[in-house]
Design a protein around this ligand. Structure first.
Ligand code: ZN
Length: 162
């Protein structure tokens, strides 16, 4: 079921839309492998018709499978938009496309979900990264983490130089 609002059902009363949207239909078009969306998006939305626009309010939840940028561990990250709101104009230049009395909410959901995507997913905020070889371990500093990010790549670089 695509995430669509039938405007005819909206004429006299508010609509509540609750359900799941398969990740495939959300078409996030993710390019990197840092985060994947395999599970469906959960939505719970209230829709009202105003004079010249439609107001959609509610919550969106999408579980993601992310790879920690520091230790490469895979973990689940739940992306939540508890107070998602979108206003869809029914008139004017920005008019929302209507197809058979239906407005497809998917593009709006997709846009806002993508904006909230974690840019640097961490399995936990204190993640110390890949295990450092014994004896070499540095003490983590409280500010900044540039000097603890290191190892894997710099080790690889050394190997390449040989
Ligand atoms: Zn980690």
């Amino acid at each position: 079921m695509p995430l669509k609002v039938n405007l005819r059902h909206l004429e006299d009363n508010e609509l509540r839309l609750e359900g799941e949207l398969p990740a495939a239909e959300l078409e996030l078009g993710l390019k990197d492998d840092m985060c994947r969306a395999d599970k469906p998006l959960n939505y719970d939305l209230e829709i009202q018709e105003m004079e010249k626009e439609i107001l959609v309010q509610g919550s969106l939840t999408l579980p993601l499978q992310c790879e920690c940028v520091r230790c490469l561990k895979t973990f689940e990250y739940v992306l939540e938009l508890p107070n998602w709101t979108v206003l869809l104009p029914l008139e004017g230049e920005e008019k929302t496309p209507i197809d058979n009395d239906c407005v497809d909410l998917t593009p709006y959901v997709r846009e806002d979900i993508l904006l909230e995507f974690p840019q640097h997913p961490l399995c936990e905020t204190e993640c110390r990264g890949l295990p450092v070889k014994q004896g070499k371990a540095k003490k983590a500093t409280k500010t900044g983490d540039s000097n603890q990010e290191p190892s894997a790549w710099s080790e690889l670089d050394k190997l390449k130089l040989k």
